[in-house]
Write a protein that binds this ligand. Structure first.
Ligand SMILES: Nc1ncnc2c1ncn2[C@@H]1O[C@H](COP(=O)(O)OP(=O)(O)OP(=O)(O)O)[C@@H](O)[C@H]1O
Length: 314
């Protein structure tokens, strides 16, 4: 099996998926489920091109521009952190994040916290900045104002500008964003082939195990064009959860999913929703092993995804 090289990468899909792997910064092509009422969602104040979120005192409560809480109508059980003062389990925090594109003010004072063990949904009308906040969290976009804290440490600039260890952040794009000219094995093992010191046979074994964990067997040598939409999403998921398990210290990982079920039929959506849930630390994957993902954030429009894969939503 050929190792992925920059020249192979150059021939690959222009679309890419980005993973930030702790101290190694890499840009590659890449339960109890509660059912929240969408009624409360409709009551959120979401102005055109503007979304204001706050984390305090109730994480994820929507506030208006005067920082007055509006309709904090989350059922108590969905808002499990009400009143919590201890932030020792906060993995990611956005503090008063602003982001504009030209004269379009997309994010105006977003504050939120993602804690260890959480499964958080971000919902809202199209164009209000859901994908933008994921990119800010992942370090692909720099906020115009405000801070992003990773395990309590401020990140300055883009993810490639500095080294922050202690947390791995994976971003799974809506389109799956696989490298078209690489096999499934090369796609899933991309970061390990490029950045780790693992021998190739160990990477191959790990890729096969990781694919099995997301319910895919015998597809390692296929090209992305030979996969269905649902299979591509599973391969993207496998790519986001694979990690160098030979390292002494394994950092916790947060995965950011941007509309993981977009474009899938209801059955394929259910499979992906259950997979997203199954790789979480509170669940078991397809092989019966406890998941490794400390927390995840899902941007979604689909009610079924909120119902099956989310414990708290913003
Ligand atoms: N790089 C960019 N340059 C200019 N405008 C951008 C850029 N990225 C996003 N936008 C604009 O910011 C707004 C928010 O985009 P974003 O993709 O974050 O919204 P969204 O809530 O995820 O939408 P959807 O639900 O439709 O995916 C949109 O008006 C979009 O056109």
């Amino acid at each position: 099996m050929a190792t992925v090289t920059p020249s192979r990468l150059a021939r690959s899909s222009p679309s890419f998926c980005t993973c930030t792997r702790g101290s190694r910064r890499c840009v590659s092509s890449s339960s109890s489920v509660l059912a929240p009422s969408l009624f409360s969602v409709r009551r959120m104040t979401m102005r055109k091109h503007r979304m204001v979120w706050s984390a305090s005192p109730a994480v994820g409560t929507v506030v208006n521009s005067q920082n007055k809480y509006e309709n904090p109508s989350f059922p108590e059980k969905l808002d499990g952190h009400k009143g919590i003062k201890d932030d020792s389990d906060v993995l990611i925090e956005c503090r008063d994040v602003h982001k504009s594109f030209g004269d379009k003010h997309i994010l105006q004072g977003v504050s939120l916290k993602i804690r260890h063990g959480e499964a958080v949904g971000i919902i809202g009308p199209s164009g209000t900045g859901k994908s933008t906040i994921l990119k800010v969290i992942a370090g692909l976009l720099v906020p115009d104002k405000g801070d992003v804290l990773i395990c309590g440490k401020k990140r300055h600039g883009l993810v490639s500008d500095e080294e922050i260890s202690g947390l791995r952040i994976g971003l799974v794009f809506q389109s799956a964003a696989l490298f078209d000219s690489l096999t499934v094995r090369e796609n899933v093992g991309f970061l390990l082939y490029e950045k780790s010191n693992m021998p190739e046979n160990c990477i191959e074994k790990l890729v096969t195990e990781t694919l099995a964990a997301v319910g895919l067997k015998g597809v390692e040598d296929r090209m992305p064009s030979e996969l269905s939409g649902g299979m591509k999403k599973r391969v993207a998921l496998a790519r986001s959860i694979i990690f160098d398990n030979t390292k002494e210290t394994i950092e916790p990982e947060v995965i950011l999913y941007d509309e993981p079920t977009a474009g899938l039929d209801p059955i394929a959506s259910t499979v992906v929703e259950d997979l997203v849930r199954s790789v979480h630390i509170n669940s078991q994957d397809a092989l019966g092993k406890q998941g490794n993902i400390a927390s995840y954030v899902v941007v979604t429009h689909q009610h079924s995804t909120i119902r099956r894969a989310v414990d708290r939503y913003i």
